[in-house]
Design a protein around this ligand. Structure first.
Ligand code: PAF
Length: 288
């Protein structure tokens, strides 16, 4: 696996592949890679001849009181992991490469509506940071396909909407959530949890599953959401939200109509904030 830090080198490598008619997949990451990220690479490989991954801890998607400074950075281990999982080229830019005028003066990309509820409401500015950096990365890498995990479900919807709206010729592939044995969705932030918290965090997935079962049983949305909050509280978690939403745009699910729903939870356990989701009904196809 080769590694580049500047945009000119990245462009040169990718354009050589493209002129040879090769299809290029891209997996953007913030590093501290785990099995969840590696599953994105495997999926990228299945969709393309060459795979580019980026590692960049993007400051503009962190709020002032969030964990940007202590976000785990493990470049050596990440590099080995990427090489072992079929990555052809690592792009690990310095901040100046992505924000030449600094972060405060950066051009911003704001995806209306789908960015606004849930994480958008809890973390103001978060999705502007995500959409902005992903646009910059897409412009630099110019992939045919990019792979995002379903774990950050709202992020996936934001990127899908952005790509259609900005007419970017990139297929967005969604990869399934990778879970630990107790159902906890893999995340770099899981390492903030103590051993006991990690065990208790399995309640998030169990709660999501029971929300979807209750949807199947035709229970009222409000009842389902109230019970989910109680289930999380009983395990010592403080829920920011435990909600059923329309899967395609996150609009509130006022009743259980025929549209596909997704159950989403954000909850705090000790000092750690965790998010997860489950698509209710038929298992979502891996790439859709
Ligand atoms: O999902 C992430 O790791 C980040 O939000 C992303 C897409 C790499 C943008 O910084």
């Amino acid at each position: 696996m080769d590694s580049v830090v500047d945009a000119a080198d990245l462009r040169a490598r990718v354009s050589t592949w493209r002129s040879a008619g090769l299809r290029v997949a891209f997996v953007p990451t913030m590093g501290n890679l785990h099995a969840g990220h590696f599953s994105l690479l495997t999926r990228a490989r299945a969709h393309a001849d060459r795979v580019v991954a980026s590692i960049f801890v993007n400051p503009t998607q962190f709020g002032p009181n969030e964990d940007f400074a202590r976000y785990p950075r493990t470049p050596e281990r990440d590099r080995n992991g990427l090489a072992a999982h079929g990555c052809d080229l690592l792009f690990a830019p310095a901040i100046e490469e992505l924000y030449p005028f600094g972060t405060a003066a950066s051009t911003r990309v704001e995806v209306a509506q789908v960015s606004e509820p849930l994480e958008g409401a809890m973390r103001p500015g978060h999705f502007v940071g995500v959409a902005t950096v992903v646009t910059k990365l897409f412009n630099l890498v110019q992939p045919d396909v990019a792979v995002f995990g379903r774990k950050d479900y709202q992020q996936l919807l934001v990127i899908r909407r952005m790509v259609v709206d900005l007419r970017l010729p990139i297929d967005i592939v969604a990869a399934p959530i990778v879970r630990e044995a107790n159902g906890l969705a893999m995340s770099s932030r899981n390492q903030y949890l103590t051993v006991g918290e990690r065990e208790r965090a399995g309640v998030i997935h169990a709660t999501l599953e029971s929300m979807c079962e209750a949807v199947g049983a035709g229970q009222a949305v409000q009842t389902i959401e109230a019970r989910a909050h109680a289930q999380l509280a009983a395990a010592g978690l403080v829920a920011d939200y435990a909600t059923l939403r329309r899967a395609d745009d996150l609009a509130e699910a006022r009743d259980l109509g025929p549209v596909p729903l997704v159950a989403l939870i954000a909850a705090r356990l000790g000092k750690t904030r965790l998010i997860d989701n489950v698509a209710c009904g038929a298992p979502a196809s891996a790439d859709s």
